[in-house]
Design a protein around this ligand. Sequence first.
Ligand code: SAM
Length: 290
Amino acid sequence: MLSYRHAFHAGNHADVLKHLVLMLCIEHMNSKDKPYTLVDTHAGAGFYALDAEQAKRTGEYVEGIGRLWGRKDLPPPLVAYVALVRALNGSATLRRYPGSPRIAASLIRDTAQVRDTLRLCELHSTDFALLRRQFKDAGRRISVEQADGFEVLKAALPPPSRRGLVLIDPSYEIKSDYMKVVVAVKDALKRFATGTYLVWHPMLPTIEANQLPEKLKKAGASHWLHATLSVRAPATKGHGMHGSGMFVINPPWTLAAALEECLPFLAAALALDERAGWSVDQFEQGTKKD
Ligand code: SAM
């Protein structure tokens, strides 16, 4: 039984990091004329009203996208990210926040020359219904499935176009998600070694959360980038998330520089205490870059 609803967390610091990286990776995919398939294994509801009960109850977006909204000194990649959210929000006031499906749908291409495809998976019946409603007129290049994203991934790879981007963004409310992510990534690399894989992970004071990045580093990829953004000191009590990370396999060559430009800014802008910080770590077979 799934109880996690992303509506409580939409637009928080973790979404800022995740959606910035997603946008940068899609933009890079768009720099070539060949079509690609984007699979979002854990899509969520797709769009979130920030004045709805769930978002208001936690107010997490206020300390995430809310802190970037009025800034005039954003580094260029963050200007593009906030502009994207602003366009999808549809108003000068921050009222709605787009989830990964809406961000992806707005960036993939549908021209006479190139038609990219987007495959969205969501298991929760309520969020699936919301997602399906949003994309009901989207046509065949965007599909919405009420399905286990880990299972769909097996069938989806390799994509017919042999170009692919995969976002794996579980809530980790079930501990087995940590293990499933590693198994899914290993299997995906066997099926489609050249795909770009984006795995979001929480920074939490638990063994599973701490071990996940190390396990992903050993999953068999010859090139990866690991970026983290923390907004406060790790919790000593309870299970509060103090930050999150994006583990990117086969990252665009432009990603590290863009994140090194944005993450110091984000760590300062979204800080909740003086322990906020960031990191970008990269590995490419034959070289080690920090
Ligand atoms: N990717 C979304 C975004 O960035 O806007 C947020 C996704 S949220 C963190 C995780 C979602 O995965 C939840 O809506 C949850 O219902 C869904 N979920 C959980 N297990 C799943 C599974 N095995 N397959 C597909 N969806 C799942």
